[in-house]
Write a protein that binds this ligand. Structure first.
Ligand SMILES: Cc1cc2nc3c(=O)[nH]c(=O)nc-3n(C[C@H](O)[C@H](O)[C@H](O)COP(=O)(O)O)c2cc1C
Length: 289
């Protein structure tokens, strides 16, 4: 039996809360944000409290929080209050050591493009430049900043509306669309851990919108309670639109030459193998034969 510890959020100090949140809410995409102050000083910093929240209008949110140790604000936040514009560049594995360097707390006015060795390219519609090494950059205007508190660790939600997008076409597929398998994007995990979406860690889950899965509860009891099939196997099986007919079951029986005295565990092992080859309907017919 699993053991859970239930924690009242008020019991944790900022450090403990930050540690728990960033370990559990992961991987987080990284916003590499370039901003500018009213004197024209450029700043570049990474933020993993970040995501996209709307496609129409296209809006991203990231949070340059107050420092946990003393509640002071970060240059990115200060710059945005002075000049409400930000260029958000995405981060790939080939950039990760440099983005970590760019997170160093240099003095106000220090340009982290120079410190971390990235190339500034002027933006078309806003004053902060973009990062040439990033495959995709978004020129954004800041519509709103929502301050969540005045104490250390308090988030400042920057609502950034996309105006113009720059895509490196070397990351396109044959149809002129961004190719996920080429991007090798980086995610931030808990502590010092990161992850990246290299080809070995990518997988697909077919979920055509027009399909209505029957649900795990409609699968036969022997399948639902199997010790051989995993929860992921059941999830995939629950996505079929209907249970196989008697004829379809007979057909797979003869196709796979399933003997009448086959044991339940042998049958489920075979069904699992076929399922994991991507032949869901056939696998279910085997499991029900
Ligand atoms: C990968 C990564 C993600 C980070 N995410 C955040 C974040 O979401 N919020 C935050 O306040 N600081 C975050 N930091 C720390 C800031 O980058 C760091 O405080 C930086 O010095 C802020 O720069 P600034 O004061 O020039 O804006 C992150 C650091 C790294 C390396």
């Amino acid at each position: 039996m699993s053991t859970f510890k239930s924690i009242d959020a008020k019991e944790l100090n900022v450090r403990e809360m930050q540690g728990l949140l960033t370990s559990a809410i992961a991987p987080r995409p990284i916003c590499f944000a370039s901003t500018i102050d009213s004197d024209g000083n450029v700043n570049l910093s990474p933020f993993s409290f970040f995501n996209v929240f709307s496609a129409n209008p296209p809006v991203m949110i990231f949070s340059p929080a107050r420092r946990g140790r003393d509640g002071t604000t970060k240059h990115t936040y200060q710059n945005i209050k002075e000049v409400p514009e930000v260029c958000i560049s995405i981060v790939t594995y080939s950039m990760v050591e440099q983005i970590s360097l760019a997170s160093t707390e240099y003095a106000k006015g220090v340009n982290e493009f120079i410190k971390s060795g990235f190339t500034e390219v002027p933006s078309d519609t806003i004053t902060p430049p973009r990062v040439e090494e990033s495959p995709v950059s978004f020129e954004c205007v800041v519509d709103q900043v929502i301050e969540l508190g005045n104490e250390g660790g308090a988030g400042n939600l920057v609502l950034a509306r996309v105006q113009r997008i720059h895509v490196n076409t070397g990351f396109y597929d044959d149809h002129g669309k961004l190719d996920t398998t080429k991007l090798d994007l980086v995610g931030r995990m808990g502590g010092n851990w990161y992850t990246h979406s290299g080809i070995d860690s990518l997988f697909e889950i077919p979920k055509p919108l027009q399909k209505m899965g029957i649900g795990i509860d409609q699968l036969p009891e022997s399948i639902q309670t199997s010790n051989i099939l995993t929860a992921n196997n059941l999830g995939r099986l629950g996505n079929v639109e209907r249970l196989p007919s008697k004829e379809e079951i007979m057909q797979v029986r003869s196709e796979y030459e399933i003997a009448s005295d086959i044991s339940q565990s042998e049958l489920q092992t075979l069904g699992k193998k076929i399922l994991e080859k991507g032949e869901t309907e056939k696998a279910l017919a085997i499991l029900m034969s």
